[in-house]
Design a protein around this ligand. Structure first.
Ligand SMILES: N[C@@H](CCC(=O)N[C@@H](CS)C(=O)NCC(=O)O)C(=O)O
Length: 210
């Protein structure tokens, strides 16, 4: 069994996405906190392992967790054949290109900005809400045809949606966007109920001190 070092705070959506994946794959990891308020992610030592100065960073090698640990944990997380993988890639891409931009903006504006005492931008909020609504309409139709996004199994494509949706449903007043869409709502209940994600949420509630 391997073990990896992950650098970054659990409250970061990008970090929690990776943690959910590692837990699904039963990969042991050590989480090393990075104090972003002190710009530790912009320091030369950090840039050596993450040149963009973003969290999370991995130490060891640039692992592709689902490949390196193919035979352990959830073996179907990234599909078991090329056809499944193509569908997973398609929905991972949908997350990155269509879902993440408006949802991460909403998370920032509605959940983080107030905590950081930053001003919200109502025009940006309205625009992102409209965009996300349209994306969720597509998801609603898709999830009427299959149980999960890439097919009838939970995969990396679903997992990738957990961090932003968690914030939108639990830390903003926009949970209706998910609850009002029957299939999206069923899907969210299912994917957020996974033991791996519940563990990540627990870790977020009890973050390790910087
Ligand atoms: N594509 C990257 C994105 C990582 C990312 O956006 N990280 C954010 C936190 S959620 C970050 O480090 N922001 C600080 C910065 O960009 O300076 C990934 O998923 O690992």
């Amino acid at each position: 069994m391997g073990s990896v070092n992950v650098y970054g705070p659990t409250l970061s959506t990008a970090v929690s996405r990776v943690l959910a994946c590692l837990i699904e794959k039963e990969v042991q990891f050590q989480l090393i906190n990075v104090d972003m308020s002190k710009e530790h992610h912009k320091k030369p030592d950090f840039l050596k392992i993450q040149p963009f100065g973003q969290v999370p960073a991995f130490q060891d090698e640039n692992i592709f967790v689902t490949e390196k640990y193919a035979e352990q944990g959830n073996k179907a997380l990234y599909g078991t054949n090329l056809l499944e993988r193509a569908s997973i890639d398609q929905w991972l891409e949908a997350e990155g290109q269509s879902f993440n931009p408006p949802s991460s903006t909403l998370v920032f504006q509605l959940a983080f900005a107030p905590r950081m005492k930053l001003k919200q931008d109502p025009a940006v909020i309205a625009q992102s809400e409209e965009k996300l609504g349209k994306v969720l309409d597509v998801y609603e139709r898709r999830l009427g045809e299959s149980k999960f996004l890439a097919g009838d199994e939970f995969t990396l494509a679903d997992l990738s949606h957990l961090p932003n949706t968690q914030y939108l449903v639990h830390n903003t007043d926009r949970s209706e966007m998910f609850a009002s869409r029957k299939n999206v709502s069923r899907w969210w209940e299912e994917i957020s109920g996974r033991a791996s994600w519940k563990k990540v949420v627990e870790m977020q509630k009890n973050p390790t001190p910087a």
